[in-house]
Design a protein around this ligand. Structure first.
Ligand code: NAD
Length: 490
């Protein structure tokens, strides 16, 4: 009996087969076997999804809803996701190998919190009266939605990245068309099945599936899509922004990173080692903020490296559904091959391998354990470019000015970790680091209330917090004459 699940795409609160009649496959990376077929959506399918979202926005019901009622819709969505966290988590594990303990708990806590946070904001996002210098004028500023917004997702955390976009986008009053990654579409489609229970307004949330150039690009370029929120790699983001620029559309971009972990010689050794390990390996390096560049002061480098290896070599790499597993598989075959090619190339360049994660390769599935290279020059590919896998590099430094220079010397600027007992020094350094998020004596924390986003080629625009809502709105300035008089100009 075939256990392969065939999905449809979702538009106008209905399920549809792709008009191309074509599907692509999703492999379970823990065993390397196909388990699902996903619709390969073309322009006709995109038109259907966008026109559903457009109707919902202009004709209602969602576009005509009072903000407080929008808030109640968001609350319902949050409740249903929390109630079904385990089911969504199981699908995501099958789709990209992520450990259930890294998905399910967050869907009952801080991630669903996004819906409650932005539900409360729906009717509190006030405009303002502007004390303009023009006499007898009442000038007021309102925040308005864009209309139809496209949400483009990556494969590493489809539901997590979706929630960070969906909650503020619909709280702001937009309707949406989601395009998940071709490498992990199933949890988003499964989420739509679950949300049918929420009795959502028709056309509010639509999902098309397919590849970047053939589904993502035409969605972004569609005349009726007014704004785009993109999370993915810097290369994909650059291509998406070119598409958006054709019709001069706003786009926010949450892109890749190559984040430094800066360890001072006065750092708490156990805390910093645990923090650095936790900041990359438990999620196989499949996080945009993975702290893959370990910059450790030369005086403690040997001790730090020794302790780091002691912790890392005990990590249990295995099947994501085995409760003893601490590191799951690489999310898909393409990424597995890519990571292996990066390790091989680094070896060929003569870099010293301290621990080789290839020893964790198995006969089925895509497994690579923690891999660490020593004394990596900052100009090397491994220190400069994102691997998005469990591969870290160690570099040493001598003084504060030098480490700031090294830390900032990449095209990225997403996050950075600073490990020291000297708070003054930590704050001084944090001010000089070019990154959207800086962690001092901790790493990987995030919350709905705190905006995240990149500097430099890690993207622009912010998600979460007050700024996250603003990303999905535009201002309108209205001038009302309180004593109308207009002389004939001629
Ligand atoms: P990707 O850029 O390959 O794909 C991301 C999405 O963009 C996919 O849905 C893809 O189909 C689509 N896409 C690709 N090319 C496109 C095009 N020309 N037009 C329109 N859409 C296009 O990225 P990925 O490999 O799926 O994800 C991994 C990357 O995402 C990593 O670089 C990671 O750092 C980044 N990421 C960033 C954040 C963040 O918040 N900054 C969060 C998670 C992941």
């Amino acid at each position: 009996m075939s256990e392969i699940q065939t999905y449809k795409f979702y538009a106008g609160n209905r399920w549809h087969e792709p008009s191309s009649e074509k599907y692509f496959e999703s492999e379970d990376p823990s065993i390397g076997k196909v388990w699902a077929k996903i619709p390969d959506c073309n322009e006709k399918d995109i038109n259907l999804a966008v026109s559903s979202a457009k109707r919902a926005y202009y004709d209602g019901p969602y576009g005509k809803m009072h903000p407080a009622e929008r808030g109640r819709t968001l609350t319902r969505i949050g409740d249903i996701i929390a109630k079904n966290a385990e089911r969504i988590g199981q699908i995501e594990t099958k789709d990209n190998g992520k450990l259930p303990k890294n998905i399910t708990p967050s869907l009952t806590s801080w991630q669903t919190e996004s819906f409650y946070y932005y539900a409360g904001m729906c009717d509190k996002y006030e405009g303002r009266l502007i004390p303009s210098e023009v006499p007898n004028m009442h000038n007021y500023l309102k925040w308005e939605p864009f209309g139809v917004v496209a949400l483009i997702l990556p494969w590493n955390s489809p539901i997590g990245t979706l929630i960070w976009k969906l909650a503020p986008a619909i709280a702001a009053g937009n309707t949406v068309v989601i395009k998940p990654s071709e490498r992990a579409s199933c949890s988003t489609l499964e989420l739509m099945k679950i949300l049918e229970e929420a009795d959502l307004p028709e056309g509010l949330i639509n999902v098309v599936t397919g590849f970047g150039p053939t589904t993502g690009a035409p969605l972004i370029e569609h005349q009726d899509v007014r704004m785009i929120s993109f999370t993915g790699g810097t290369k994909g983001g650059s291509a998406a922004s070119l598409s958006a620029s054709k019709n001069v559309k706003p786009i926010i971009m949450e892109l890749g990173g190559k984040s430094p972990q800066i360890i001072f010689k006065d750092a708490d050794l156990t805390l910093s080692v645990n923090g650095v390990v936790s900041g990359i390996f438990p999620v196989s390096g499949h996080s945009c903020i993975s702290g893959s560049r370990i910059l450790v002061h030369k005086d403690i480098k040997d001790k730090f490296t020794h302790n780091l290896l002691e912790v890392v070599k005990k990590a249990k790499v295995g099947h994501p559904n085995d409760v003893a597993t601490q590191i799951g598989p690489i999310a898909n075959k393409e990424q597995y091959d890519f990571i292996l090619s990066k390790i091989e190339a680094a070896e060929k360049r003569g870099l010293k391998l301290l621990i080789d994660g290839r020893k964790e390769q198995k006969t089925e599935g895509y497994y690579i354990g923690p891999t660490i290279f020593d004394n990596v020059p900052n100009e090397d590919d491994l220190a400069q470019n994102e691997v998005f896998g469990p591969v870290a590099s160690i570099q040493s430094w001598d003084n504060e000015d030098e480490v700031i220079k090294i830390a900032n010397d990449t095209i990225y600027g997403l996050a950075a970790g600073i490990w020291t007992k000297d708070t003054n020094k930590a704050i001084r350094l944090a001010d000089k680091i070019e990154a959207g998020t800086v962690y001092i004596n901790n790493y990987f924390n995030a919350s709905t209330q705190s905006p995240v986003g990149g500097f430099k080629q890690s993207g622009y625009g912010r998600e979460n917090g007050w700024e996250g809502m603003q990303s999905y709105m535009q201002t309108k300035s209205t001038w009302l004459a309180t004593n109308p008089s207009q002389p004939n100009p001629f």
